[in-house]
Design a protein around this ligand. Structure first.
Ligand code: KIV
Ligand code: ZN
Length: 505
């Protein structure tokens, strides 16, 4: 059985401090509900004294969310604590998070104080907060740069004063993992009464060490981690929730685990990213767009033989449906064939060889090959095999007149002509084609996209055609968009295997 690691999420406090990431109360409640569903233990909902908006948000979240503990931040100042307690009054489980700086920089330069006075203020703040709530967390700001012996004195004093959790922040992201781990170890071994409280990590990412430092803290006895979704937070950010959670899931032998429902991680990441206007970098661990994308031919081939050759996490564990075999000019036949099979095409080796050559040409000029491109590439090869209907002639009249189209189609040896009108030239062409076929078909989706730019652009048409309960997709591209539309419709008809309408004379 694993040791429980408490997840203290500060997306709505440290994360929300980032310029441009501010949320209104409604948005914060949406994030808080998501965090509750995700299974976090504590939500740091804000810093109530800092603004009326923060106060209102902490209050609203306290009413809306009931499973996690709701926490409010304060300085070691009575007024801050009064306001935080007020904001938390509706919370089912509540915590006040108070604290003060403990590094030489903070003690002498920021607070213009001295070590003994800081301890006295820390103890007074904890005792004051205890008047309001049982659960009081103390943060020893800039503990990362504080001297171990002094830090141990502070931690011992606040635990004696009633702190239930003591946070050891690496506020400036300065520590190396072995240093931060040693700090927690020192406290675990030298603070009298340390087992009466939980030690918490709070690591910033200025040197890209936040997750490593947090884990070093956990390995040395910390049992709460302060994290944010996507690692957002001051400057280079905080430790990211998803990285810590999934590292512990990947390394079960560490014997520590959280209650996080990891399959909701991707959803949570998308919500925070979109509400806070903070795009997630593509190569971000766990939640980046490329975290489960394989692009080189060697990796793709190895992955297709056994996903564990190149993946340590099953994407479904974090709520991603499937790994991506990114098709690029470096992809091999195995990857192309795999993708084609997923979209419903089983090709003979000779067909695959032909498509592969055309695929490489396309991939050289286009970075991102999507399924529609493949369908377009494969369309011609597959269709010629399946059907003998062809578009032989197309003429449209448009402008100020009722649009009309004349179509010539061949069904094997037989050739037919038809004219029809429509609400536009493509509709007229489609109606003319429909008048020549035996089946009742209709178009359930029609997408016209430009491929490049300018008036000489190629129009690419993606069409969904239905006949009874059979649905097929047709594709075509041409500089003449009417022709592209008619050809795409024909492409769908070939896949449906439609036949010529027999005229009853
Ligand atoms: O980084 C830090 O030290 C903090 C404290 C306020 C907990 O965010
Ligand atoms: Zn912080």
């Amino acid at each position: 059985m694993s040791d429980k690691l408490y997840i203290f999420d500060t997306t709505l406090r440290d994360g929300e401090q980032v310029p441009g990431c501010q949320l209104n109360t409604v948005e914060k409640m949406e994030v808080a509900r998501m965090l509750e569903g995700l299974g976090v233990d504590v939500i740091e909902a804000g810093f109530p004294i800092s603004s009326p908006g923060d106060f209102a948000s902490v209050q609203a979240i306290s009413k809306a969310v009931s499973l996690p503990t709701i926490c409010a931040l304060t300085r070691a100042v009575e007024k801050d604590i009064d306001v935080a307690a007020d904001a938390l009054s509706f919370a089912k489980r509540k915590r006040i998070h108070t604290g003060i700086g403990v590094s030489p920089f903070h003690i002498y330069d920021k607070l213009k104080s001295n070590p003994d006075e800081i301890i006295a203020r820390a103890v007074a703040a904890v005792k004051y907060a205890k008047r309001y709530v049982e659960d009081v967390e103390f943060y020893a700001e800039d503990a990362g740069r504080a001297d171990h012996e002094y830090l141990a004195r502070v931690v011992e004093a606040v635990i004696k004063a009633g702190a239930t959790v003591v946070n050891i922040p690496d506020t400036t992201g300065y520590c190396l993992p072995h240093q931060y781990g040693a700090k927690i170890k020192y406290l675990m071994e030298n603070v009298k009464g340390v087992h009466n409280a939980i030690l918490s990590t709070h690591c910033h990412n200025d040197l890209g060490m936040a997750t490593a430092n947090t884990l070093a803290g956990v390995l040395n006895g910390a049992r709460q981690v302060e994290v944010t979704i996507n690692g957002i937070g001051e400057r280079a950010g905080n430790t990211s929730l998803e990285e810590v959670v999934m590292t512990l899931r990947c390394h079960k032998n560490l014997g520590v685990d959280t209650d996080i429902k990891s399959n909701l991680i991707t959803k949570a990441s998308h919500l925070v990213s979109s509400l806070m206007n903070m795009p997630v970098q593509s190569n971000k661990a766990i939640v980046g767009r490329n975290a489960f994308a394989h692009s080189s031919g060697i990796h793709q081939d190895g992955f297709l033989k056994n996903r564990e050759n190149y993946e340590i996490i099953n994407p479904t564990d974090v709520g991603v449906n499937e790994s991506v075999i990114a098709l690029t000019a470096r992809s091999g036949r195995a990857a192309l064939n795999h993708r084609l099979e997923l979209i419903g095409y089983r090709l003979e080796q000779s067909e695959l060889d032909e498509i592969y050559t055309r695929f490489l040409d396309l991939a050289d000029s286009k970075k991102d090959i999507r399924d529609e491109d493949l369908l377009f590439l494969v369309g011609d090869v597959a269709n010629v095999k399946e059907s003998n209907i062809k578009l032989k002639h197309l003429q449209v009249m448009t402008g100020m007149l009722v649009p009309s189209a004349t179509i010539g189609m061949s069904f094997g040896e037989s050739e037919r002509l038809a004219t029809s009108t429509g609400n536009g030239p493509i509709d007229a062409a489609v109606n003319a084609i429909k008048s020549l076929i035996n089946e009742d078909v209709w178009i359930s989706e029609f997408i016209l996209q430009s491929m490049t730019k300018g008036s000489d652009d190629i129009g690419r048409v993606h069409i969904q055609v239905r006949c009874g309960d059979k649905v097929v997709h047709g594709f075509a591209a041409h500089t003449d968009t009417v022709r592209a539309g008619a050809e795409a419709f024909m492409d769908g008809l070939r896949k449906l295997g439609v036949t010529e309408k027999i005229e009853v004379k």
